[in-house]
Design a binder for this molecule. Sequence first.
Ligand SMILES: *Cc1c(COP(=O)(O)O)cnc(C)c1O
Length: 380
Amino acid sequence: MKKVYLSIAQPSGKELAYISEAIDSNWITTAGPQITQFEKALESYLGTPKPVVTLSSGTAALHLALIDLRIEPGNEIICQDLTFVATINPVKYVRAIPVLVDSEKDTWNISPDLLEETITDRIKKTGKKPKAIIVVDLYGMPARLPEIIRIAANYEIPVIEDAAEGLGSYIEINQQQKFCSTFGDCGYLSFNGNKIITASTGGALICRDETHAANIRFLSGQAKDSAPHYQHSQLGYNYNLSNICAAVGLAQMEVLQKYVDRRREIHFRYRSELAGHPELEFQNEPAGYFSNYWLTCVLFPNEKLRDAVKKHLEMNQIESRPVWKPMHLQPLYENSPFFGTKFGEYLFTRGLCLPSSSILSDEDISNIAALINDCLENHE
Ligand SMILES: *Cc1c(COP(=O)(O)O)cnc(C)c1O
């Protein structure tokens, strides 16, 4: 029996040709035409006038976004509590303080109501506004971005959108698709191997304007001043993407829409195959929302049942994972201020992410769903 993974890369078939092109023209390091083409392809797909800067990872993109916003040690940054740890770690890199906020029930992303409560609480307790808000499009589902942007604007706090999992997701606003990563002050994408498309590794920052994009490029290339010798007046980083990776990313851009469509098909196939168990719940798209459904996650009525299903799948060589463990429950972040109820914890203890790779066939999904149905029936 072959092992089924949660989310793996799927080559488009063009990767080798584009890599060869890069090698034949001797653009084999961190500069080259494929980088520019990849950035242009992303701008055009996102339909945004904002400049896209590719970087070595999504984590690097967030780190530089925080530096570009002039976040200083001790500043408070509001962060979505339910997420992958990479959303929060860069806050610690710049020695700022993450203030964690719980999720809301439909999108599983940061709750706008709790966000506002948190802002007013912090102002009252510290006399200062939080310096930024990091919101996540979890599993590809757009957060309540219009509400979040409105609240943030009222308090004049910049928003950073972690769209690492949300490439291809959008919200329809005035009959136009506004893509995830283009909301807020800046946003970022990841091309890690488990995401919807990959560049082998890599990330991109969608910047507010050319001035910010230029600063990000400056910082990611060791912050060299313009001087005839090596002169540095600012702390720099080595965060550039390799042109070889950009060649892979470019090849993947050609199939991006196909992969988004396929992940959605997989999501709705799971829903219909599991429809005999109405007690199961899923993330829900609010009206006008479109998720790429990077991963399909299902909520079971209790932890015991979730664990039983996970074990049953494992015995059949099928990988599944619990929903992200909330940051306020992580040893690394347990002392951070937290605002919320126990909703994130509820999702963590009952939620299971199911194999959602675009390479999976309809039959694969039916088999996985049948195993889940078996398990549920045997438990009743
Ligand atoms: C993958 C991921 C990241 C980090 O992206 P990398 O490119 O792996 O550094 C950040 N946030 C979320 C929600 C992710 O899933």
